[in-house]
Design a binder for this molecule. Structure first.
Ligand SMILES: Cc1cc2nc3c(=O)[nH]c(=O)nc-3n(C[C@H](O)[C@H](O)[C@H](O)COP(=O)(O)OP(=O)(O)OC[C@H]3O[C@@H](n4cnc5c(N)ncnc54)[C@H](O)[C@@H]3O)c2cc1C
Length: 420
């Protein structure tokens, strides 16, 4: 058996998969380091309004996980942190973690006095740039840790000193520098998750050109009480309540020029969004344009129930192009109805592109020799001895499966240590 240090487990990525792997390992009695690049834990799930199929908010499940982390002295977590290098082998890895400066220390009580003193604004990354926030901000109202972060735009301005002086708790440290922490661990769980496929690459859909063409992840923020409109679903261009809305399935997915695979959750996410819209606007006409609907096993019931929405039409056809009619301000979806082979034009107030999930490893390399599949996923759960992958970095999937995957990876990581 190795020494205490090398019996520790490193988990990279503090989304639902990584948090689960960390909590399960720690609750089984192992020391864990959890490394997260964002200023908060929770990953993309923290940005969802509700979960399918029950349509309940993720906040309660997240809170339980945060409490398990807070209460367990075996978990040490780092936010705004990334792995710089990994050397060594199973049972004896040397890891360098880079901690990026937050410019706000543990004294912060999230009182908001710094924010009041700040006049500089930046795009809000949590809301996918749909609104602005002050350049010193709480990442979101349920953030864990509940601590402000200062953006470089403020740090490098001559307002920084004034904002520092507004803090009653001496929590702002303008001279904070990046730090490197050396760790020794026995095994590693990689759970760095996914990002939405870049809708700017879908040049016939007008994303970025027409403000009322948004993506499915933006829809989650638009529907959320912590979002840019406090949960009211309105057209970004003019704040108008939509009378009609279209969901474009497989926007870039199952397409050799973009993501050749199916992300498996986009149909369910659009059905969830149709429920959000119908709840706010029972008279709004909703279209879901699809190739085929992927709602397997227990999700079939959710599909059946969603089909009962009075003003929802499932339209079998792939949208070829979206344009804007300048006289009416409507978006026009050109689509082939594959049941009748006729070409149709459907005008709506808003369009939501159901873009797929792309693994972060498709563009960000891992500092260790691991084989990725053709799409950038870590193809296997155990790509090399002592190294395990969990959640959407392994395959596009939902929350429940990510939790199961995180648990499985924790067990494998523990076995790897115990074997030695
Ligand atoms: C529109 C939409 C709606 C959805 N709705 C639902 C739903 O209702 N129900 C459901 O079950 N599923 C839903 N999903 C799927 C759900 O979001 C995923 O299952 C979940 O996010 C997977 O969690 P994860 O931890 O694997 O990845 P992520 O949530 O992506 O978390 C990964 C974490 O790793 C961090 N990270 C990335 N790179 C690094 C690095 N180099 N170093 C350190 N940290 C890093 C990230 O910042 C992030 O915190 C939806 C997906 C979409 C697209």
């Amino acid at each position: 058996m190795g020494n205490t240090e090398t019996q520790s487990i490193l988990v990279v990525g503090g989304g639902i998969s990584g948090m689960t792997a960390a909590i399960e390992s720690a609750e089984a009695g192992y020391d864990v380091y959890l490394v997260e690049k964002n200023p908060y834990l929770g990953g993309r799930v923290a940005q969802l309004h509700n979960y399918f199929p029950k349509l309940c908010p993720p906040a309660c499940g997240m809170e339980i996980n945060f409490r398990r982390i807070k209460q367990n002295p075996r978990i040490r977590f780092f936010t705004m942190a990334e792995v710089e290098s990994i050397s060594g082998d199973e049972g004896n890895f040397d890891v360098k973690i880079r901690l990026n400066p937050r410019y706000v220390n543990e004294n912060c009580t999230a009182c908001g006095k710094c924010e009041e003193a700040c006049s500089i604004e930046i795009e809000n990354p949590f809301n996918y740039g749909m609104d602005k926030i002050k350049a010193i901000y709480l990442p979101h109202p349920m953030a864990f840790p509940m601590r402000y972060v200062m953006a470089p735009e403020l740090k490098n301005s001559n307002e920084a000193q004034k904002v520092k002086e507004a803090c009653p708790y001496n929590a702002i440290e303008l001279d904070m520098e990046p730090k490197v922490v050396d760790l020794k661990v026995g095994s590693i769980v990689w759970a760095t998750g996914w990002k939405p496929y870049d809708a700017n690459r879908l040049d016939t859909y007008g994303f970025g050109k027409y403000p009322d063409v948004i993506t499915n992840v933006m829809m989650e923020r638009l529907a959320s009480w912590t979002g840019p409109t406090k949960g009211k679903i309105v057209r970004p261009s003019d704040g108008k309540e939509p009378e009609s809305i279209a969901f474009v399935q497989c926007a870039g997915s199952r397409d050799e020029n973009h993501l050749p695979y199916c992300s498996g959750i986009c149909c369910l996410a659009s059905m969830k969004h149709a429920n959000y819209v119908a709840e706010q606007y029972p008279d709004c006409k909703i279209y879901i344009f699809f190739i085929d609907i992927r709602a397997t096993d227990r999700m079939e019931d959710f599909y059946t129930k969603t089909k009962e929405l009075q003003n929802l039409q499932f339209f079998k056809g792939k949208v070829a192009q979206i344009t804007r009619d300048d006289s009416s301000g409507k978006l026009v979806c050109k689509v082939e109805d594959t049941t009748s082979s006729s070409l149709e034009e459907v005008s709506v107030d808003m369009v939501v592109l159901a873009t797929g999930m792309q693994p972060n490893t498709a563009e960000d390399s891992i500092p260790v020799d691991v084989t990725l599949d053709d799409y950038g996923f870590i193809g296997s759960q155990n790509p090399r001895p002592g190294f395990y992958a969990a959640g959407c970095i392994r395959t596009p999937t939902g929350v429940q499966e990510s939790v199961q995957d995180g648990t499985a990876a924790a067990l494998k990581a523990i076995q790897s240590i115990v074997r030695r």
